[in-house]
Design a protein around this ligand. Sequence first.
Ligand SMILES: [Zn+2]
Length: 339
Amino acid sequence: MRHSGSVIVGIDNGGTKNNVTVLDGAGQFLIDRMLEVPSRVTEGTAAALDALAVAFDNGLRVTGFDRADVRAVGLDTPGPASADGVISSKGATNFALPEWWGFDVRGALEDRLGVPVVYSNDGNAAALYAHYAYHGFQAIDRSSVSAIIGTGLGGGVIESGAVVRGAAGMAGELGHVHIPMTGLLAEGQPMPHCACGFSGDAESVASLTGIRRNLLPYWLTRYPDHPLAGTPIDEAAKELRSFGERGDEMARKIFEQQAIAIGHLFTIAANFTDPNTYFVGGGVVEAAPEFRDWYLSVVRANTHLRAEQLDVAEFSLVPDLDMAGARGAAVAARSAFPG
Ligand SMILES: [Zn+2]
């Protein structure tokens, strides 16, 4: 590659904003806050590429570098997209306009900037950042699995410090792994369904969408006098966490089911890759400390590890989640272009 510069730029592309970071040759992130511009993805590919270039230039401006100093760019976006950054031909929630379908966003940004661009999906980027932030210099000798609970259930699988991508780029789709519902569903509670077409996968329970589609409609039949009973379901699902933080009984039953689902998912991970570290991220663990600690304790209690695994396994939160996408994208680009 023509560029042999000293820094890596990481850009996290989201539905409304792009956040940028800069990683120097010593492995330090030079931006310790959110540095955002509108992502303009709803205006189409040309506007979105302009917005990515603006984010790139902003990152360089605040850190005092110029384009010749950049060795590579890490880009992450929400999926679904191929391992090398071609948006799904069936479209994606964040890329609704037909001009996005099958669009090679990685290649287009590389052409635009004249710098190599390395693509990650947002879940994998956050998982990679969590892995490096937690393990430090031991990161390349360690493995981890990250579950990030948001609108869907994202995350990733890291082995020896690298993202497990799979043959088609679809490894680490934790949300769509089927989990046992025994010991999770209440009596008479219907099997939860996921937007992907599966029934009883992890995302059907452990996501905001799972709350809205599956958990809340059932639990409101058990608590008909609950204050959220008269609230439109989209709004009620979003408000549920604040009820959980205040100790509301129905909210705790719902979040307990989520945490059990994550534990069941981690039990599968324990038997697949036997990771060193299990990370949990998302709004639910950025909540009040008592609620967060309770949630993690339920995850742990439902992750069934063998005695040998209990001796070495650790549980932790995904740190700096807002910045994790840009930072993880930068780490991925550094691994591809070690300099
Ligand atoms: Zn699914």
